[in-house]
Design a protein. Structure first.
Length: 606
């Protein structure tokens, strides 16, 4: 019988130790394999995040990539461009994996040729865009905020509208994609249903964030800087105006001296009239008003083109529709500091919305005017002044003058009560898409064929401005290619009368180049009544128009009574250069009050 020495040979160290029931060698092998697998998997994953991979299929390179090239995300002053994955793939692991899994549908679409032609791609384009809009909305635009965080957005480097909207976004719970669609590809917002957009872009309370202190400090700095620049600009303008006035007065004095040397008696007064008249003296309309003692307010009137009340409420055409209709913002909230830019774009037909299909060569985009207002115990007085700009013939009107009898017309509206968004938009509430020269103008034949409707509206060949409250229905969205507006849907006469009695109308005063005036109101149509009003207009030798007009404070039918302690929303329009209909310049909503320095137009007691 054989014998052993009682001891077994020792196992190798990689087999001697066991962890979790597995030899150390096996664990080490799995660890190494895991590193190799993870490295390869991560390398492959990152390779799919490159621009070259994304545009490796012709669908992306031929259709989407061509739109991306040259955009602000491709080429910008910082020199840092964003590629596909920066916007469409989350950075963190969990959401990245979820996105990659969902992207498998895109691979399937590639295999079966869902979008392999431009026609197929365009047919699916809105659906694909909506998928991305919803993903970004649900994540609070997470990928946008990887680069563009509110904490780093300083108002000093933003346009006035942008700084205000970013402030609104933080306060109400908006997110980037609500406003910034189509910044790297074609904007499909105008192809989406209005109800869908309204639901998608609605504020979410969970997105509300505290406004960074740095943002508030930057906002205060830029507003102070702008106030200083505006004060300097106003001082320079007043100094220039004073120099012009002094030169005109000196010329008149010289002329009077010459005339007095040749004639006696009343020759001085006659000579003054022949050399341009006293355009700034107030004349007989406001003879009791010392205009030199009244502070002026600056107004910028801009060219609006075919921007109608329907247009501003339609989110597909106007990005500010939601802040206006849902957020309660005024037009001036976003646009007060960019009127020159807006007017210049629209008047030349270069705006993105196509608001001027028939540009008038040489027509100015804005008119800078000054307004002074005063009152006594019975009447209110207004004096509006601006520089003439010469004549630019209208190419689509024989003779080049739309209203040859009136070189200028001035209109002022005062908002009554019960008008939808009246305090937000002012006179814009009366401008509709089916008014004269607007995109859905029905034309003379359709008006004549409307029978009783035309009779009720006193309409011959044109549809004047009106209030939506006077219609049974207003088409805002143009569903099924329906014309916007509601010119042919007036309420019954008894309902119109009740609206007038309730104060739901727009008080309207108009002054013409010869000093004649009309007092009336806008409701179902433009009505001219026998309301008391006085006016005068003159073009001075210095090239400045001066229009002065007055009416009783209490007014009469169709007049908004002006009372102390109340603030009113008003709007002004200037038809210069023989313009008519919509080819005018207008103000945004403007506040007016008696003896209240907080109002834009302070009507001071004298």
């Amino acid at each position: 019988m054989s014998q052993t020495n009682g001891s077994d040979p020792k196992k190798p160290i990689w087999r001697r130790y066991v962890l979790w029931g597995m030899p150390l060698a096996g664990i080490a092998g799995i660890f190494v394999a895991g590193i190799i697998f993870w490295g390869g998997f991560n390398t492959a994953m990152e390779a799919t995040n490159t621009k070259d991979f994304c545009i490796s299929c012709h669908e992306m390179e031929d259709f989407v990539y061509q739109e991306y090239k040259g955009t602000i995300h491709d080429v910008n002053r910082s020199g840092v461009g964003a590629v596909c994955s920066d916007c469409h793939v989350p950075k963190d692991w969990t959401h990245k994996m979820i996105r990659k899994i969902k992207a498998s549908k895109e691979l399937w679409g590639k295999l079966v040729g869902t979008i392999n032609t431009e026609e197929k791609f365009e047919a699916k384009r809105l659906h694909l865009a909506m998928n991305e809009w919803e993903r970004m909305k649900n994540s609070d635009s997470r990928e946008c905020r990887n680069c563009h965080h509110f904490d780093s957005m300083m108002p000093e480097f933003q346009a006035p509208r942008a700084r205000q909207q970013h402030l609104n976004a933080m306060e109400t719970g908006q997110t980037c994609i609500d406003c910034h669609k189509g910044i790297a590809h074609s904007d499909l917002r105008d192809r989406a249903d209005e109800e869908y957009l309204e639901a998608l872009e609605a504020p979410r309370p969970e997105f509300i964030r505290e406004i960074p202190q740095a943002y508030l400090e930057s906002l205060a700095r830029v507003e102070a800087k702008e106030a200083e620049e505006e004060a300097a600009r106003k001082a320079e303008a007043e100094a220039a105006q004073a120099r012009v006035a002094a030169a005109v007065d000196a010329a008149r004095a010289d002329e009077r001296a010459k005339v007095e040397a040749e004639m006696a008696g009343t020759a001085t007064e006659s000579a003054a009239g022949e050399t341009g008249g006293a355009a700034s003296a107030g004349g007989t309309v406001a003879a009791n008003i010392d205009w030199d003692a009244v502070a002026s307010a600056d107004m910028t009137l801009f060219y609006p083109g075919q921007a109608s009340f329907e247009w501003v409420q339609n989110g597909r055409s106007h990005g500010g529709a939601r802040p206006l209709t849902k957020g309660g913002d005024q037009c001036s909230t976003c646009h007060a500091k960019e009127l020159e830019m807006i007017g210049n774009k629209i008047v030349t037909g270069s705006d993105d919305g196509g608001l001027e299909p028939t540009p008038i060569p040489g027509k100015r985009g804005t008119i800078n005017a000054t307004i002074k207002a005063a009152h006594d115990d019975e009447n209110v007085y207004f004096r509006l002044q601006w520089m003439d700009a010469g004549h630019n013939p209208v190419p689509f009107v024989d003779g080049g003058k739309m209203d040859p009898d009136n070189q200028i017309k001035v209109g002022m509206m005062i908002t009554g009560t019960g008008i939808e968004m009246g305090e937000q938009v002012g006179c814009w509430a009366t401008c509709h898409a089916d008014n004269t020269y607007m995109p859905f103008d029905p034309g003379a034949d359709a008006i004549a064929a409307s029978g009783d409707i035309a009779t009720q509206l006193h309409a011959d060949k044109t549809i004047t401005k009106y209030l939506a409250e006077s219609r049974t229905e207003i088409e805002l969205r143009g569903r099924n290619d329906a014309p916007l507006g509601g010119w042919d849907k007036p309420k019954e006469a008894a309902e119109i009368d009740q609206l007038l009695a309730d104060g739901t109308f727009m008080d309207l005063m108009r002054v013409y180049a010869d000093g004649s005036a009309e007092n009336g109101y806008l409701l179902e149509r433009r009505v001219v009544n026998e309301g008391e009003m006085a006016a005068e207009a003159s073009l001075g030798a210095d090239g400045m128009w001066t229009v002065t007009f007055s009416r009783p404070l209490a007014g009469g039918e169709g007049d908004v009574a002006l009372e102390a302690g109340q603030t009113y929303t008003v709007g002004f329009a200037i038809h210069d250069d023989f313009a008519a209909a919509r080819f005018h310049h207008v103000t945004l909503n403007t506040s007016l009050a008696l003896d209240n320095a907080e109002a834009t137009i302070n009507v001071v007691k004298q």
